[in-house]
Design a protein around this ligand. Structure first.
Ligand code: ADP
Length: 159
């Protein structure tokens, strides 16, 4: 399939759960644009540039993945990137309501852009950036939950 798909998120920071969704999206769609969203409601631990740099390093070996930032509406980014698909990951039922709301709004804004959901890999169903940051902050073990580059960046940040 030669379609361009956007995988949007805050990625503060990238976890193995995100990476799993990105790899699976890249095996289905011709090109995957990871859109690091600049969301003024959140106070991120890593700057947008740091998040982009980490994702670029980790995904460097996947040829059809590109990493960009977006500060406006996701749908505007998708349109300007020529994407026809948005890919989101789904973990638990608790994700559903929020995703349903966002998806409906995005369809209202542009009905030509479809949102696809990829169900989490069971081994990462409990994983979120927030929980990883919480554990890393208190010196807990996070290897296996995030890529090595992210693990090192978290350790440096909380030193
Ligand atoms: P957002 O703030 O947009 O939810 P996140 O960085 O938290 O951004 O997540 C980006 C995307 O990755 C979302 O679709 C989210 O559901 C998905 N995701 C996050 N963690 C996991 C995981 N462990 N397994 C599957 N999908 C995940």
């Amino acid at each position: 399939m030669s379609k361009i798909a956007v995988v949007p998120g805050t990625f503060d920071p990238l976890t193995n759960g995100h990476l799993d969704i990105i790899k699976r999206a890249a095996s289905v769609f011709g090109q995957v644009n990871i859109a690091v969203m600049v969301n003024s409601n959140k106070k991120p631990l890593f700057s947008v540039d740091e998040r982009i740099e980490l994702i670029r390093e980790v995904t460097a070996s996947i040829p059809n993945v590109k990493v960009e930032s977006s500060s406006g509406l996701l749908i505007d980014y998708a349109e300007s990137a020529g994407a026809s698909v948005i890919v989101r990951g789904l973990r638990a039922v608790s994700d559903f309501e929020y995703e349903m709301q966002i998806t409906s709004m995005n369809r209202f804004l542009d009905e030509k852009i479809e949102t696809f959901f990829i169900m989490t890999n069971n081994q990462y169903s409990f994983l979120s950036s927030s929980i990883v940051k919480e554990v890393a902050k208190y010196g807990g073990e996070i290897s296996g939950l995030v890529p090595l580059q992210v693990e090192q960046a978290l350790k440096r940040r909380f030193q």
